[in-house]
Design a protein around this ligand. Structure first.
Ligand SMILES: Nc1ncnc2c1ncn2[C@@H]1O[C@H](COP(=O)(O)OP(=O)(O)OP(=O)(O)O)[C@@H](O)[C@H]1O
Length: 318
């Protein structure tokens, strides 16, 4: 699906960010997006300003608890921002009226998030037909669309197989295919709850989807090999945008992933209250601490690795 180009009157001494985004064919963007679940803790997302170009494949990376799922949930309209705004397509995703969310989900955004579930006892084809019916696609158009989506996602041979008999990555792809049926401008893909589905093979399929349908795909992965197939990689750390890298090499992604994980661990360590109890108790982490990072170990932390990026010198080697 190609995004229509909107032209604005010449001018524009003072164009809004929204107008500039339209001109650049931006499919979705956030301004000052902050999400706080628990006011007594830190924000899950902290002033995130990011834009996704129409038709790009963007890999979303970051250590556990860095806010990846929350960002997708806000883009999908499942979580309202605490502060800031989210725009998807040409719609302001607020004020989150139920009918607006339905409209957004059916028209602009498709998602295969960690809580998304296909019907395991139905075949892939039945799942896709159900998604087409839910989107209100006329039967004749639904047939053609189902075949096309199944072909691009590589599910043609699985159409007659009950989803419950498929391996996890094919189930996940079935969710992606179902989400693509209404022709959304943005597809949001999270890892499954068990976490292992976003491999380079899956990313290669998402790459084909972005190209074939002109859909912007934002997908979480922990795999540097998968992320290396993306147009851009967006790194989150501590709920903030830590970096955006265009068409990175796999080893660069690997290094940056390590750096941002260490950075978040370091910040979590700083946030931890320094009391004798902290290092001796084995209970849940203190309020405000991101759950994935336990109290600092007794042994010294290994030296932080600097990214080996072509053209960037490590100050230690200078
Ligand atoms: N529904 C919720 N209620 C309260 N806190 C939440 C909720 N969802 C996420 N959080 C908290 O927000 C922070 C960001 O979580 P989020 O799941 O977005 O990170 P993530 O990068 O996707 O992590 P993971 O890779 O483990 O899924 C974490 O500290 C998490 O505990």
């Amino acid at each position: 699906m190609t995004m229509p180009r909107i032209t604005h009157p010449i001018s524009t001494r003072k164009r809004t960010f929204r107008q500039r985004a339209d001109e650049c064919l931006v499919a979705a963007y956030t301004t000052g997006l902050t999400k706080t679940y628990d006011p007594s803790g830190g924000p899950a997302l902290d002033n995130v300003n990011v834009a996704f170009r129409a038709g790009e494949l963007c890999a979303l990376m970051g250590p556990s608890g860095s806010g990846k799922s929350t960002l997708l949930a806000c883009l999908a309209g499942h979580e309202p921002p605490s502060v800031g705004r989210v725009y998807v397509g040409r719609g302001d995703a607020r004020p989150w009226l139920p009918q607006q969310i339905r409209q957004i989900c059916r028209g602009e955004v498709g998602f295969a998030l960690s809580h998304s579930r296909p019907f395991l006892d139905r075949t892939v084809e039945e799942n896709l037909e159900w998604a087409a019916a839910l989107a209100g696609t006329p039967p004749a158009a639904a047939r053609a669309r189902t075949d096309r989506v199944a072909a691009v996602t590589g599910l043609l041979d699985d159409l007659g197989t009950p989803v419950g008999l498929l391996p996890e990555d094919r189930r996940h792809l079935t969710m992606c295919a179902a989400a693509l049926l209404p022709g959304p401008s943005v597809l949001l893909v999270d890892e499954t709850e068990s976490g292992g589905a976003m491999t380079a093979d899956t990313f290669a399929v998402l790459r084909r989807c972005a190209t074939a349908f002109g859909t912007t795909v934002v997908a979480v992965t922990e795999s540097p090999a998968a992320a290396a197939l993306a147009d851009r990689v967006l790194f989150l750390s501590c709920g903030r945008v830590a970096g955006i890298v265009a068409r990175p090499a796999e080893d660069v992604v690997y290094e940056l992933r390590e750096v941002f994980a260490a950075q978040q661990a370091e910040e979590a360590g700083k946030a931890e209250p320094v009391t004798p109890q902290t290092t001796t108790t084995s209970g849940p982490p203190a309020s405000g601490q991101r759950g994935q990072f336990p109290p600092a170990p007794a042994q010294p932390r290994p030296a932080r690795r600097e990214p080996r990026i072509p053209g960037m010198r490590n100050p230690a080697e200078a």
